[in-house]
Design a protein around this ligand. Structure first.
Ligand code: CTP
Length: 400
């Protein structure tokens, strides 16, 4: 994945134990295609040496205020020119205090003050230092000044205590930074999604299900968060981590999924049905394991509610999006579903292109016709779908 291709990130490292995670973050950023310039404070260098960051970035590390590498000797001005973001991770209590008051007595604090790009900080400190009203005041001031605060998380701390103040993990910081840099066409919107398969219980050890991995729905949920939306994800049984910033509700059966959707629906602007909902459920669920009997067994099945069609049929229906995974006749089947379920948009794909894997090739069907998205990674495809939804909603607004 080259999610940071063509982007330069300036990473400030201050003096906290979590500086070791900054080294891992640099590795992940470089792997994702970013150019990384590290600005290391004197205290930061006590924890992780410049040689480590230099080896990981392939670039020299910035430490001195009067570094002669900048033509005019003004590293504090030049370093963030053209950078996508300046992230300070870890940001100690002392550094937050300096930032909040505009001190500029070393290279990094001066770079922050003279920056030409957005500033994000990932606090890392002992829980009492974080809870201290001075720190709380500084964090509130930084927020008011437009600085993005990433984390901190709850957990075990280097001092042996447990509480709030632990720096986010490198992968979480990478996710948050990536989300921060995405366009925000869904800002202020609330999105509800279903994802994954459903599992219709037959007896305590068996059930009817399907082979949906949930990956497309989870990628869409993440793309919606990145686009600025508030996201609720109703998930069938899948083994996937919840995307950062998503509220997740786990369910098993189609009926449970429908109930969870009904509960979460008020106030939603968009509903996206990505789940592969089982169309039928066993008429009876046996309390005990069904024992092997004669040579054949007949199961009686009842139809499950069509969650998406029911949501779309409501008088106060949000903007509704469906998925159509087909094995043949994609255009006819997908457009048929769009019209039958009264949807603004259907995302169609051939099962052989997407099922279970990390990539997908989809075509979007809306009132204006079919739009083929470039095939790619599910997260890339998800971003394309979200951008299309945002454009359609914008158009709808313009018509009213
Ligand atoms: N869907 C739903 N509830 C159901 C069945 C489907 O919400 N009980 C939603 C899916 O999440 C998807 C869309 O409807 O967005 C299409 O699902 P699909 O199973 O392909 O459509 P069906 O109407 O069940 O058609 P068929 O199985 O005959 O292809």
């Amino acid at each position: 994945m080259n999610e940071f291709q063509g982007k330069r990130v300036v990473l400030g490292v201050t003096g906290g134990v979590a500086a070791y995670k900054a080294a891992e973050l640099v590795r992940l950023l470089v792997k994702a295609g970013a150019e990384v310039d590290v600005a290391l404070t004197a205290a930061g260098a006590q924890f992780v040496g410049a040689a480590t960051f230099q080896a990981l970035t392939g670039r020299r590390v910035w430490q001195a205020l009067w570094d002669e590498r900048m033509d005019n000797g003004m590293a504090h001005i030049g370093l963030t020119r053209g950078a996508a973001a300046l992230l300070v991770a870890p940001a100690t209590a002392d550094f937050l205090a300096k930032l909040a008051h505009g001190f500029a007595d070393d290279l990094l604090s001066t770079v922050c003050l003279a920056r030409d790009c957005p500033l994000l900080v990932a606090p890392a400190m002992n829980r009492q230092m974080l809870e201290n009203s001075a720190t709380q005041r500084n964090v509130a001031q930084l927020r008011a000044d437009g600085v993005s605060i990433l984390g901190p998380a709850h957990g075990e701390q280097a001092c042996g205590e447990v509480g709030e103040g632990r720096m986010l993990e490198a992968a979480e910081l990478l996710d948050d930074l990536h989300a921060f840099l995405q366009p925000k066409p869904m800002s202020g919107k609330r999105v509800l999604l279903t994802a994954g398969p459903t599992f219709e219980m037959l007896d305590p050890v068996r059930g009817l299900t399907n082979s949906s991995s949930g990956k497309m729905g989870f990628a869409l949920a993440r793309a919606c968060v990145e686009a600025g939306a508030e996201v609720t994800l109703v998930a069938g049984p899948v083994a996937l981590a919840t995307p950062r910033g998503v509220r997740r509700i786990d369910v098993q059966s189609a009926v449970q999924m429908g109930d969870a959707v009904t509960l979460a629906l008020p106030g939603q602007n968009v509903f996206i049905g990505v789940a592969a909902v089982a169309d039928y459920r066993p008429q009876k669920t046996s309390a005990h394991k069904i024992k092997k009997g004669p040579s054949s067994l007949t199961l009686q099945l009842d139809a499950n509610p069509d969650i998406l069609a029911e949501v779309a049929a409501r008088p106060d229906a949000p903007f509704c999006v469906g998925f159509a995974a087909e094995s043949q006749d994609l255009a006819a089947n997908a457009e048929g579903k769009r019209v039958a379920k009264k949807l603004a948009l259907v995302v169609g794909n051939l099962v052989q292109d997407g099922l279970g894997g990390d990539t997908n090739a989809v075509t979007l069907f809306d009132a204006a016709g079919a739009h083929v998205l470039p095939p790619g990674d599910k997260s890339e495809v998800a971003r394309g779908i979200v951008a299309h939804i945002a454009r359609l909603m914008e158009k709808q607004l313009g018509q009213h």
